[in-house]
Design a protein around this ligand. Sequence first.
Ligand code: FMN
Length: 188
Amino acid sequence: MSDLNLLVVVSSTRPGRVGLPVSQWFVDAAKAHGGFQVSVADLAEENLPLLDEPHHPRLGRYQHDHTKRWSEKVAAADAIVFVIPEYNYSLGAATKNAIDYLHNEWRYKPASVVSYGGVSAGTRSAMALHAVAYGVNLFTISQQVNIPFVSNQIVEGRFDPSSTTESAANAMLDELRKVAEAMKPLRA
Ligand SMILES: Cc1cc2nc3c(=O)[nH]c(=O)nc-3n(C[C@H](O)[C@H](O)[C@H](O)COP(=O)(O)O)c2cc1C
């Protein structure tokens, strides 16, 4: 059994979101990979309001239960994968908001994305996440999964990945595991 925890963040909160079947596929792929204990945080269920904490998150002086719950989940992770859509050439607001809520919980952890969209495969959203991650010492790795024309790959409500997508997921998880292990002393 792996000693490293991977948190998969389902980032789209829209009713009917494609993000759910894509996340379900990725969670299964991560479990089959075997490098991590896998847990899931669905931002639709976390239901975080627009940032409503009075103090800078660096201080950890959280006033609200929703923040304390979110903090605990992220703190328990050794690595994070955000499953992200691309909205207007960038990140969805829910993802940015969820990152802004916390600070030290992200520190010295490797992260990557499963991004999806139209022709861009969510890569502009992935680059936007990279910039935000920089602010909280969350280390995005370059190995990621980018899914173009995602809606064409939803069959009866399930995501049906191409072999390229499956290989990309395994390559990303291999690298994420390596970096999570190497950064462990920094998180101690
Ligand atoms: C507000 C909004 C903005 C969008 N902007 C983009 C975009 O910039 N690039 C893109 O490839 N797709 C864009 N799309 C299409 C999404 O890729 C597609 O709707 C996808 O299903 C969204 O993910 P979700 O269903 O998990 O929310 C946009 C969709 C919405 C709702």
